[in-house]
Design a protein around this ligand. Structure first.
Ligand code: PEP
Ligand code: MN
Length: 341
C-alpha cells in the first residue's frame, strides 16, 4: 500500500515562511499533506506560542493557490471551530492533549458531525490505554478517518533520543486496533536532524503506514524545534530512500527463510527452558535465605551479577543497554518468585 507522507514546518512563523515551505513541498508529489503548527504547546513558558488565526487564513489562501492541503494541531474545542472556519479538514491531537481525557472529550464534542480527518499522537507516557482511549473517544464521536502518530515517549532515560521510541508500545496499539493506520513522527522522537532519517527507515522496516516529518525552508532559523527540522534537500533525500520500491511480493517465500526461522524457534524454546530453570533455582535459593533469615534482595550479589553479565555480553557482541534491560526484567521476576507473590 502507498505510504502517507505529511511534512512541513513545526510552526507557522510568518506568511513568507509558510509560502516558502509550501512552494518546496508542492514540488514533492509524494507529500500527501502539509503540517504546520498554529498553536504551540510549550513545555515551559516564554517560547513562541504560535500565530493562531492569521496562520489559518494564510493556509486557506495558499491551499487555493497551490492546490495543497494543510493540517495542524488542535488543543482546545475553539481550535476545531477555527480550523473548520478556514477550511482545514485534517487535524491532530498533540501528545499532551492525548494524555488528557477531559480535553479529548471536549474536542470530540467540537468535532461531532464533521468529516474531519483526525490524527492522534501518542501520549507523552507509554500508556497504550490512554492512546487507545483517545482513539476510541473519536470513534464513538463518529469520526471515520482516524490515524495514530508515534512521536515517542518522555522517559527519565531517553537513551539519546528526545523521546524514547519504545517501538513495542506501538506494536501493542497496532495489535489492538489493526484498522487504524499508524504514522511515525521521527522528528519528535529524534529531536536531532541526523536521527530523523534512520528513525524513518526503522518505521519503514516496521511497516508503518507513513510519516509525519518536520521540514523548514531554513531549519537553523526556526522559531521552534530548530534542531530537528529537515532542510528541503534533506527531506528529498529521505523520501527517496523511504519510498524506494518495497520488497517483491514473493520475498516471504525465499527458501532461505524457513531453516532460519526454524532455528529461531529452537533458540526461543531453549531460552524459555533456561529461564524456567533459572526461576526454579530462585525458588530453591529463597528457601535457603528464609531458613537463614537473609533478605531476598542482596545488593552486593546483584551488582556482581550485573557486572559479570555485562562483561560477558560485551564479549558476545550483545548491546549493553539491551543486556541491562533483560537482566532487570529477569531479576524483577526472580524477586517476585522469591517473595512468592
Ligand atoms: C508538533 O508536532 O510540533 C508537536 C508539538 O508535537 P507533540 O504533540 O508530538 O509534542
Ligand atoms: Mn515540533
Amino acid at each position: 500500500m502507498g505510504k502517507t507522507v505529511i511534512a512541513g514546518p513545526c510552526s507557522v512563523e510568518s506568511r513568507e515562511q509558510l509560502r516558502e515551505a509550501t512552494e518546496v513541498l508542492g514540488q514533492m508529489p509524494e507529500v500527501t499533506m502539509i503540517r504546520a503548527g498554529v498553536w504551540k504547546p510549550r513545555t515551559r513558558p516564554g517560547g513562541f506560542e504560535g500565530l493562531g488565526e492569521p496562520a489559518l487564513r494564510w493556509m486557506q489562501e495558499l491551499s487555493a493557490e497551490f492546490g495543497v492541503s494543510y493540517c495542524c494541531e488542535v488543543a482546545r474545542p475553539e481550535h476545531v471551530a477555527l480550523c473548520q472556519q478556514y477550511g482545514i479538514s485534517a487535524v491532530w491531537l498533540g501528545a499532551r492533549t492525548t494524555g488528557n481525557p477531559f480535553m479529548v472529550e471536549e474536542i470530540c464534542q467540537a468535532l461531532r458531525g464533521s468529516d474531519m480527518q483526525v490524527m492522534v499522537k501518542n501520549p507523552t507516557s507509554p500508556d497504550v490505554s490512554l492512546w487507545l482511549g483517545a482513539i476510541e473517544r473519536l470513534q464513538a464521536t463518529g469520526i471515520e478517518r482516524i490515524s495514530a502518530v508515534h512521536r515517542g515517549f518522555a522517559m527519565y532515560n531517553n537513551r539519546g533520543y528526545r523521546n524514547a521510541p519504545l517501538w513495542e508500545v506501538v506494536l501493542e496499539l497496532r495489535r489492538k486496533v489493526p484498522e487504524v493506520p499508524v504514522l511515525c513522527d521521527p522528528s519528535h522522537i529524534g529531536g536531532r536532524r541526523e536521527l530523523v532519517a534512520p528513525l524513518a527507515m526503522a518505521a519503514r522496516q516496521l511497516d508503518y503506514d507513513g510519516l509525519m516529518v518536520e521540514m523548514h525552508p531554513h531549519p537553523e532559523a526556526a522559531l521552534t524545534d530548530a534542531a530537528q527540522q529537515l532542510s528541503p534537500a534533506d527531506l528529498r533525500t529521505l523520501l527517496d530512500s523511504y519510498l524506494a520500491p518495497p520488497a517483491a511480493a514473493d520475498a516471504a517465500s525465499d527458501p532461505r527463510l524457513t531453516p532460519l526461522r526454524q532455528q529461531i524457534d529452537d533458540v526461543d524454546h531453549e531460552l524459555l527452558t533456561l529461564l524456567s530453570r533459572r526461576m526454579e533455582l530462585s525458588r530453591n535459593i529463597a528457601a535457603v535465605k528464609r531458613d537463614r533469615g537473609m533478605t531476598v534482595y542482596q545488593s552486593k550479589r546483584w551488582n556482581d551479577v550485573v557486572a559479570d553479565r555485562l562483561q560477558l555480553a560485551q564479549t558476545l557482541g550483545l548491546d549493553a543497554g539491551f543486556t541491562r534491560d533483560l537482566l532487570e526484567k529477569i531479576h524483577a521476576e526472580s524477586v517476585r518468585v522469591q517473595l512468592d507473590m
